[in-house]
Design a protein around this ligand. Structure first.
Ligand code: PMP
Length: 360
């Protein structure tokens, strides 16, 4: 087997050990003579797999008992609509922070179902920083505050959790969940598309405080109602069983690595190595404010953008894949999620050293 180093932003690299185990179990799961994806989602075997995945995630993130964990579909993008439908249920007014393309998409969708106030927006500086706490023009009558702690495209991360008083804080953690330790009790709701740090696409994990359930707007489709989902153990309809199973294998793998604290230490080492390298070479640059640099998504540019194509061709030939920046911004981006090893990041900087020497 010849696995490349995969820096894709999502669907992203999965741990090789997880894929190997899934491969072994594919056609005959635990001697049952059938695949997990051929089983009823209501069978005792699948329900046990599903419940263990939830418990492992609860353990990994130390999710308090008064939070529900939902395994939903429709990606993180569907949450952009589900959130206002379910949570804009008091004043109907909500506060949103915009620090990149994803929180901007959440804003557009939020405006369809709620009276949105943008309480901070960093588009003027091309999304290269996050606002400080004192720059947030918070409103006490908001039904919730929405933000994206880690913007996947710009590589911009908050270095603090906004304090919002009694107003529930809602976070799109798609590209940062399980990457670092986090106090879940600071949030009303956290959600994350699976295809970065959780598992394959097709699943979106929602972690939501009990008291926020059951107040959805009347027009909310049944499938979009968090309470319906919670009351049915995320099986109101057929869930994406294979993605759920594979997420469970990733959670087991994470526990074997020593849990979130251990993977976070590795993630910080990986990110510092890469940022120090970029800052130490005139040939490469990262535009993000130092305090707001993401440990998961590291965008960078070359001194001469005419070399971009060559950089991508040669890095791919060297077994370093998916380093192109998002199509909306260009340049390069290395996504260094949990399953991307320290060895991979060192291989990347070795290649970058060599490339700069040859073309700088
Ligand atoms: N939010 C963030 C922060 C993301 O990175 C992404 C996907 N890259 C999305 C939302 C959208 O996720 P999905 O494709 O699962 O709808």
């Amino acid at each position: 087997m010849n696995r490349v180093f995969n820096f894709c932003a999502g669907p992203a690299a999965l741990p090789t050990a997880v894929l190997e185990r899934a491969g072994l179990e594919l056609a005959d799961w635990h001697g049952k003579g059938l695949s997990i994806m051929e089983m009823s989602h209501r069978s005792a075997d699948f329900v046990a797999v599903a419940e263990k995945a939830e418990q492992d995630l609860r353990d990994l993130m130390a999710i308090p008992d008064n939070y529900k964990v939902l395994f939903m579909q429709g990606g993180a993008s569907s949450q952009f609509a589900m959130i206002p439908l379910n949570l804009a249920n008091g004043s109907g007014k909500v506060d949103q922070i915009v620090t990149g393309q994803w929180s901007k998409k959440a804003l557009a969708e939020g405006r369809r179902f709620a009276d949105v106030r943008v309480i901070a927006n960093t588009e003027d500086n091309h999304f290269t920083s996050a606002p400080t706490q004192s720059e947030l023009a918070l409103n006490a009558d908001a039904d919730y505050v929405h933000y994206c702690p880690n913007e996947t495209i710009g590589g911009v991360a908050f270095d603090y959790i906004p304090a919002t008083g009694d107003v529930p804080l809602v976070a799109d953690l798609s590209s940062a969940i399980l990457s670092d330790t986090l106090d879940v009790s600071r949030f009303g709701m956290i959600y994350a598309g699976a295809q970065k740090n959780i598992g394959p696409a097709g699943l979106c994990v929602v972690i939501i405080r009990d008291d926020l359930l059951g107040k959805a707007q009347a027009a909310t489709p049944t499938m979009f109602d968090y309470k319906v989902c919670a009351d049915h153990g995320s099986m109101y309809n057929t869930p994406p069983t294979y993605s759920w199973y594979l997420a469970g294998l990733v959670f087991e793998w994470l526990k074997e690595q020593g849990g979130v604290a251990a993977i976070a230490a590795a993630n910080h080492r990986k990110a510092s190595h890469l940022y120090q390298f970029i800052d130490g070479h005139d040939f490469y640059a990262n535009p993000v404010a130092i305090n707001n640099r993401s440990i998961m998504n590291v965008p960078f540019t070359l001194a001469d953008s005419r070399l971009d194509k060559l950089f991508l061709q040669q890095s791919e030939a060297a077994g370093l894949l998916n380093l192109a920046g998002h199509r909306s911004v260009g340049g390069m981006r290395a996504s260094i999620y949990n399953a991307v090893s320290e060895v991979a990041v060192v291989a990347l900087t070795d290649f970058m050293t060599d490339f700069a020497r040859r073309h700088g």
